[in-house]
Design a binder for this molecule. Structure first.
Ligand code: 5GP
Length: 192
C-alpha cells in the first residue's frame, strides 16, 4: 500500500533490535485518516470472504481493529493480557511471547465472544516472529470458530512469522512488507 509505505519512510524510525518505531502515526499517536485508508484496503482485500468478527490483541491492535471493523460492519473482539487466569472455565486462554517486551503473557478471551459460528479476521499492527498471531489463532481454534485470514499493517519479512503462518496454509495479507531495515542508516527496503 503506497500511502502506508510513504508514511513509514517519512516517519518510521528504525531502532536497534529490529524494531521499527511508528509511534507518530500508528502506536502512540494515531493518524485516523491513514487508519481509514487501511480499513478500506483490508475490506477490498478480504471482500471475497465472509467475516463476522475482527479479532486482535490489546493494546496497540485495538485502535486499528476498531477502525477496520467499521468497513466490515462487525464487532471487534480483543484478547486480553492478564496476570492471573481465572479457572472457572469462562475463557479460552493461551500464552504469547511478546516481541517488544520480551516476556510471556497469559492471554484470554471470554467464551461469550468467540463461537463456532464465527468467521474471523485477525488484525494486528505488526507481524514479526508470529507469536501474537499464532496465539490468537490458537484461541480461535479452541473456540471452534473459522479463521478466514490475517490482516497485518506492517510485516517484517526478514523475521519468520509470515513464512510460518503461510506454510500452515493461513491467508496472511500485509499492507507493507519490509525486507530489510538498517538502524545505522535508517534505510528501509520494501518487498513488492
Ligand atoms: P510477533 O508476535 O509477530 O513476534 O510480534 C508482533 C507483535 O509485537 C505486534 O503485536 C506488535 O505490537 C509488536 N511488534 C513486533 N515488531 C514490532 C516493531 O518492529 N515495532 C513495533 N512498534 N511493534 C512491534
Amino acid at each position: 500500500m503506497e500511502l502506508l509505505e510513504q508514511r513509514i519512510i517519512k516517519d518510521g524510525i528504525v531502532k536497534a533490535g529490529n524494531v521499527l518505531k511508528v509511534d507518530s502515526f500508528l502506536n502512540h499517536q494515531i493518524d485516523i485518516d491513514l487508519m481509514n485508508e487501511i480499513g478500506k484496503e483490508f475490506k477490498r482485500i478480504f471482500a471475497d470472504v465472509e467475516i463476522t468478527k475482527i479479532f486482535t490483541i490489546e493494546a496497540s491492535g485495538i485502535a486499528v481493529a476498531a477502525i477496520v471493523a467499521q468497513y466490515f460492519n462487525v464487532p471487534v473482539v480483543f484478547a486480553k493480557k492478564t496476570q492471573s487466569i481465572n479457572l472457572d472455565g469462562s475463557v479460552y486462554s493461551t500464552k504469547i511471547q511478546s516481541f517488544t517486551h520480551k516476556r510471556v503473557y497469559d492471554v484470554i478471551v471470554s467464551k461469550k465472544y468467540l463461537s463456532p459460528d464465527d468467521k474471523i479476521l485477525v488484525v494486528d499492527d505488526f507481524l514479526a516472529n508470529g507469536c501474537a498471531a499464532e496465539g490468537l489463532i490458537e484461541l480461535i481454534n479452541e473456540s471452534g470458530a473459522t479463521l478466514q485470514g490475517v490482516g497485518i499493517i506492517i510485516e517484517k519479512g526478514f523475521q519468520d512469522g509470515g513464512k510460518r503462518l503461510r506454510e500452515k496454509g493461513i491467508r496472511v495479507e500485509s499492507l507493507a512488507i519490509i525486507d530489510a531495515m538498517n538502524d545505522e542508516t535508517g534505510e528501509i527496503k520494501f518487498r513488492h
